[in-house]
Design a protein around this ligand. Structure first.
Ligand SMILES: [Zn+2]
Length: 96
């Protein structure tokens, strides 16, 4: 089983390293309500400037996970939310 490689100069897979050329901003959150630690969230600069100008966080960062948005807004980690509300018996389903 022999195979000749006749294509020259094509030894690497398709490069897609242009995907990360947009500007980003690292935002330090407020201290978490539960564990009192801050986090750093990397966000697109475009959305960041909209957010700082008063745009709702969910509109400024539409592709961001809601857990991450919550960290931006309140500093509270997703896992800490679970702990905080673990005692809460209310079974609130407002997904969607
Ligand atoms: Zn926390």
């Amino acid at each position: 089983m022999k195979q000749k490689q006749q294509q020259s100069g094509d030894t690497s897979p398709v490069l897609r390293d242009n995907m990360f050329t947009y500007d980003v901003v690292k935002v330090e959150t407020m201290p978490c309500f539960h564990c009192n630690k801050t986090s750093v969230v990397t966000v697109p600069k475009d959305g960041y400037e909209q957010w700082k100008a008063g745009t709702y966080v969910q509109e400024a960062f539409p592709e961001m996970l809601k857990e991450t948005r919550e960290m931006l807004v309140s500093g509270t980690h997703p896992e800490c939310w679970l702990i905080i509300f673990a005692d809460d018996e209310g079974d609130d389903c407002d997904e969607g």
